[in-house]
Design a protein around this ligand. Sequence first.
Ligand code: NAD
Length: 736
Amino acid sequence: MTYKNFTVETDADGIALVTWDMPDKSMNVFTMEVMDEIEAIVDAAVTAAAVKGVVFTSGKSSFSGGADLTMIKGMFAMIAEEKAKDPANAVQKLFDASGRMSWLWRKIETCGKPWVAAINGTCMGGAFELALACHGRVASNAKSVKLALPEVKVGIFPGAGGTQRVARLTDAQSALQMMTTGQSLTASRAKAMGLVHQVVAPETLVETAKQMIKDGLKPVAPWDEKGFKAPGGGIWTPASAQLWPAAPAILRRETHGNYPAALAILKCVYEGLQVPFDTGLKIEQRYFTEIVQTTEAFSMIRSLFVSMQELGKGARRPAGIPKSELKKVGVVGAGFMGAAIAYVTAAAGIPVTLIDRDLEAATKGKAHSESLVKDSIGKGRLTQEEATKLLDLITPSADYADLKDANLVVEAVFEDREVKKAVIEAVEAVLQEGAIFASNTSTLPISGLAKNSKRPAQFIGIHFFSPVEKMMLTEVILGKETGDKALATALDYVAAIKKTPIVVNDTRGFYVNRCVFRYIHEAYDMLIEGVPAVMIENAAKMAGMPVGPLSLNDEVAVDLSQKILRATVADLGEKAVDPRHMVLIDRMVDELDRRGRKNGRGFYEYPAKPAKKYVWPGLKDFYPQKRADEVDVEVLKQRLLVTIALEAARTIEEGIVTDPREADVGSILGFGFAPFTGGTLSYIDGMGVKNFVALCEKLAASYGDHFKPTPLLLDMAAKGDTFYGRFDPYTVKKAA
Ligand code: NAD
């Protein structure tokens, strides 16, 4: 029999080698067709007398990334469609559909012939669950091998037997930790946990897997043997009595109850370990059916899985422009940002010329890469050879003529219009035709800077976030005259350095900083009202933000806030800022020299390590303090999220952001907007625009006009619209 996505070759020993290699895909993923073919393969292996056992591997460099976008989208479409038709039946259908993979893997496990997974590369989600259902697991020791059940990161959990098998292969604590965080395991860590049997060199992988079968591997899972006991003895043991009462509390400390999927993992393991395996699978299937219907699962999958992949693959790239060949990139300004931009560019294999005012400054910029590379060698992430190759790609220089063959130049010089003007002119004097100039400015409008350019169609903003090596987002900013070629080149570059782009129109603060400063300014309001700073910071974390607003302000620098407030007054007049904010920040910066983490004193104190930072107690003396019981933490949480979401809605209303996927993904990757909501606009859609408007009106009555819902929101509420409905990114694209 032939298959579209698999080849099956049975050798003289009767071992069928099943190789998964999907045509037209760079990575194997689960689709309905793949599932059907696996089922057919299992049936054929069972009936063919000549087949003694099966080795399951991949023909690609990775094993599999798990579920496919189309399958996930199909599932949500099915839920919506069926619920509209017949709600009671819809849940039954969903229950059946979500059990398909689980029971197919169980069929492999109980088919009577031994199966061994030969894991040659990244093995994620459902694919790892398939491997766990095999009787043997051999993993390659290549660095690229990563095993994980990362579902919780997109609001769901391993629903194809993962919660039951992991908890029966390793101790409950490790199982919970692995699944509630979605962390990746190296092959050796997976072996130490008992999740794989052998770790071998890539070239002996299939041979070792076959040998397991030849050595008489029993086609029975440990939990199907009489007398099976889970590692650690299951639930009713003294060790479990230590673990289980603490587990929900630890989870709550980490997630503040915002992630129903993480709690469901706990329930699946706790309940599943007390019943026979098949009942455990059914428990998992029931919880999965419940979780997949939550707003959190829907919104997180849409933003963190579907949209992120679509944006990464160039959803906003103009059609018809050939892929840019980035033979060389120039970076001008080898300071804090430029040095890091040069590093990520070289790490993507692109030669970089790094320019500063003199060779010494440019060379100092390259030293940043040298120290990062040294660190990576120390951690075993890079070999000496790879490190040398990376560093050789960066050429420091003080001569603009060296940029003549660059396809793209990114400037990261001082945030000063005159300095930038001089740099734009100097670069354009040597730049080849068709090359693109990008500015990394964080506050200066791109259209204004482009006035200094002789070729504004080839002028664009590429706004990086610090630390550049870690932050996954870049904001690509279109000036009034920016052309499609510039946008395509910028997006090709962002894809090459493996970051996710959002494309926004020009405005003060672009998208991310506009939202971030709303968050910070709300905290200023709270301080001024006398809310204890610690409560503000804790409320932010309880709302799902990774960093409190005052801590974030310390990171970006309090004097930067002052600069921005002052620039806003200069450009837009006194009324554009809250004068009480100016007083607070002037006092912090001018009177007290509390500039943030960079000078070791801001809203927080930064004692010498290993002591931890703590909120500066002097803040208490700024304003008469409220008692904790006079403050409603729920309202603080709402204010912090609503003020950001409102700003995101304004950027859509003003046409700054045009695609809701970008507002959502940008908010999570740019400043960690409560990921369980799916991002700023999903937060609004998730509660319903009407409810959001009512919440805004309630907050506006007590906390100021900045909470007043905008005309767009009022109109949407009246019409029952959603952002994803009214600004549907898919029909917009089709219509364009
Ligand atoms: P920085 O002061 O660390 O670096 C600026 C560098 O530019 C210095 O090395 C300086 O010598 C060099 N330079 C100045 N004039 C030059 C000239 N005429 N020719 C060549 N080199 C020149 O500043 P930074 O923090 O790296 O910021 C650079 C740009 O990036 C600014 O536009 C800033 O707004 C933007 N930005 C900064 C951050 C951040 O977190 N710091 C984040 C995003 C964007």
